[in-house]
Design a protein around this ligand. Structure first.
Ligand SMILES: *[C@@H]1O[C@H](CO)[C@@H](O)[C@H](O)[C@H]1NC(C)=O
Ligand SMILES: *[C@@H]1O[C@H](CO)[C@@H](O)[C@H](O)[C@H]1NC(C)=O
Length: 290
């Protein structure tokens, strides 16, 4: 069930367009778990995930994608969200411990009232993760909907918030760093309890008297190559496929760097304690990426 990069490029020319423009969430998404705690409104425009003492909830995409740009508007749990973890990520199928596991992650770690959420990002390729970066947001993500996007193509992965790139993970396979590009992934989102580790290192626990905790989702816009299990290959939209080749230009890099200076709170490439210099070759290149 693999598609090589070359094949993927050829597939690009093939057939049907898969551009959804804020349509009915039921077209692309299915509630995965949570025993009724995850809901899609009857008009298909609003999705909510809920967490209480007994369970969280989650949804996933009906399709698997092999490259794409996925945008979702999310409004996070307000007030005292300590201990709650809201995720929005792409993942290959099969167990997370599988040696070929691929994943592209946004995670929102809740906080006690008045303290900021942490936006956590990571990339796993061929089972290797440890590529974390964390950010503060420049707005209150609980007051309004904001757009969180993953742009994934063979050259790079770009994480965007309200259309502003906050992180780029370039394909550095030439340095021996794995990059996810041969397995299709599904989109997943969950709201669950991470009180043992999520907030201020696990010091602040969930206040269950505030449950249920609810996060809202709307306007899922997916522009992606859709995997066909029957054909064992993916079909990319023939139009609107600028994302397939998209990289940041010099100006966008400059903007991203200055935003990172202000809002990035953790960068694995600067974590000398943790890696004892082990990632330095990769990181030397990454820090100079342009
Ligand atoms: C919560 O707020 C504290 C204090 O501002 C901060 O140190 C921490 O990074 C924030 N995020 C989480 C997830 O604990
Ligand atoms: C839905 O999201 C897309 C992509 O982020 C955006 O271009 C569009 O304006 C949004 N639609 C509405 C109705 O907000």
């Amino acid at each position: 069930m693999r598609v090589s990069l070359i094949q993927a490029f050829f597939l690009l020319v093939s057939s049907f367009s898969t551009f959804a423009y804020g349509g009915n969430l039921n077209d692309d998404i299915e509630i995965q778990w949570g025993d009724g705690r995850g809901k899609i409104s009857s008009d298909g425009k609003l999705l909510s995930l809920s967490l209480d003492k007994f369970s969280g909830s989650g949804f996933f995409s009906k399709h698997k994608y092999l490259f794409g740009r996925l945008d979702m508007e999310i409004k996070l749990v307000p007030g005292n969200s300590a201990g709650t973890v809201t995720t929005f990520y792409l993942s290959s199928q099969g167990p997370a411990m599988e040696p070929n596991h691929d994943e592209i992650d946004f995670e929102f770690l809740g906080n006690s009232s008045g303290n900021p959420y942490t936006l956590h990002t990571n990339v796993f390729a061929h089972g290797k993760g440890n590529k974390e970066m964390q950010f503060n947001l420049w707005f209150d993500p609980t007051q309004d909907f904001h757009t969180y996007s993953i742009l994934w193509n063979p050259k790079n992965i770009i994480f965007l918030v309200d259309n502003v790139p906050i992180r780029v993970f370039k394909n550095h396979e030439t340095l021996g760093v794995p990059f996810p590009k041969s397995q299709p992934m599904k989109l997943y989102s969950t709201l669950w309890n991470g009180e043992d580790w999520a907030t201020q290192g696990g010091k602040v626990k969930t206040d269950w008297s505030k449950a249920p905790f609810i996060a809202y989702y709307r306007n899922f816009t997916v522009n992606a190559c859709i995997w066909s299990p029957a054909e064992g290959q993916s079909s990319c939209p023939s139009s609107k496929n600028t994302w397939f080749r998209q990289e940041l230009d010099v100006e966008s890099y400059r903007k991203m760097r200055s935003l990172q200076k202000k809002y990035r709170t953790y960068n694995y490439c600067k974590d000398m304690m943790r890696f004892l210099g082990g990632t330095s070759r990769e990181c030397t290149v990454r820090e100079k990426d342009i």
